[in-house]
Design a binder for this molecule. Structure first.
Ligand code: DP6
Length: 329
């Protein structure tokens, strides 16, 4: 079959950091989560992805930061493109060129920005005209957290009741609150246990998993109240507790595992210490050793000064609320 309409598109999508985490699937194939979650999209970390469908290709070609991608990573992208091809009813392969402004697989949610950008670019390039709701639903098939990266600001991923209803919903898109997420890059290497594997083992084996689901429901309700009220203390406390409970699932899984390393613990201790000294901040952590610290603008300078005593300046990245996906082509 030939393919004549616009066959190319380029999209920028930003990462998001979950304040109430997604950690487990009810349906693995469709990536339906066990709980709803809530995140903040960040300005500093993003992925740019250009997709071109070409009649002459005999297979998808994936180029990441200038290098050809093979193996499982390529397969995950091809599987996703298969969904897009099926939706469009077109059997044509694509060239995918993608570059990250995120340390890949170090717990800074590169799969979130990656699949959000791919959903936007691939669907437009193949001729599908999807609205944001449909894009969020499609992005979810690539990576759960990508569901939320379609939108800017605070975003809720409603668990829903199945494929149609499990989507991101903007909670507060235009954030009028001077808050920051300070990421401390303690380790740039690829993680050993992917989030997909980690959440499955946690769900299947942690004796605390039932309790986790209940507490997430409560955390989500309360954090929304805190965010609406600009109640930083309440929001931070909920986010920190929720993150620690997620990590308690990994520690209590069989086999047990952890994303903490010595530097992660050092940052957590520092945050506790700073709070005692009146510099209010809270941490959160995902499926990697990097720690992210929530802080309001008036405490940012003091926080950075303290961090600089222990970490190189280039390892400390200050991010702020960021936008939803943007079409560059
Ligand atoms: C800890 O979205 O990477 O960042 O759906 O299997 O691709 P898959 O998992 P992924 O998991 C993200 C887990 C988390 C928490 C979160 O972002 O909510």
């Amino acid at each position: 079959m030939t393919f004549e309409s616009q066959n190319n598109s380029k999209v920028r999508a930003h990462t998001n950091i979950a304040l109430v985490k997604y950690w487990g699937k009810e349906n693995e194939a469709l990536k339906i989560p066990t709980t709803s979650s809530l995140s903040l999209t960040l300005d500093k970390f993003y992925t740019d992805t250009e997709v071109t469908f070409k009649n002459e290709l005999a297979a998808d070609q994936i180029i990441f930061n200038g290098e050809a991608v093979k193996g499982n990573k390529a397969k995950r992208i091809t599987n996703f493109l298969n969904i897009v091809r099926e939706m469009a009813g077109k059997n044509i392969f694509a060239e995918v060129k993608t570059s990250n402004n995120v340390p890949t697989a170090a717990g800074l949610a590169s799969s979130a920005s990656g699949f959000a950008a791919l959903a936007g670019a691939a669907s437009k390039a193949i001729g599908l005209k999807l609205n944001k709701k449909e894009l969020s639903r499609l992005a979810r098939r690539g990576s759960g957290s990508a569901t939320r990266s379609i939108y800017g600001g605070f975003v809720e991923w409603q668990k829903g009741f199945g494929d149609q209803t499990s989507i991101g919903v903007p909670f507060i898109e235009k954030v009028d609150w001077n808050i920051h997420i300070v990421a401390i890059l303690v380790n740039k290497s690829e993680k050993e246990m992917t989030s997909t594997q980690g959440m499955k083992i946690s769900k299947d084996t942690s004796p605390y998993y039932v309790e986790w689901k209940k507490l997430c429901k409560r955390d989500l309700k309360n954090i929304k109240i805190a965010i609406k009220a600009h109640d930083f203390s309440r929001m931070g406390k909920i986010a920190e507790e929720n993150a620690m409970r997620m990590h308690a699932l990994t520690l209590s899984a069989d086999p047990d595992f952890t994303y903490f390393d010595a530097d992660s613990l050092k940052v957590m201790k520092l945050v506790h210490n700073l709070r005692q000294r009146g510099i209010e901040c809270y941490f959160t952590m995902d499926a990697g050793p990097n720690v992210k610290i929530l802080v309001e603008d008036h405490n940012l300078v003091s926080l950075k000064q303290e961090l600089k005593k222990d970490f190189d300046e280039d390892k400390i990245i200050v991010a702020s609320p960021g936008p939803g996906i943007k079409y560059l082509k």
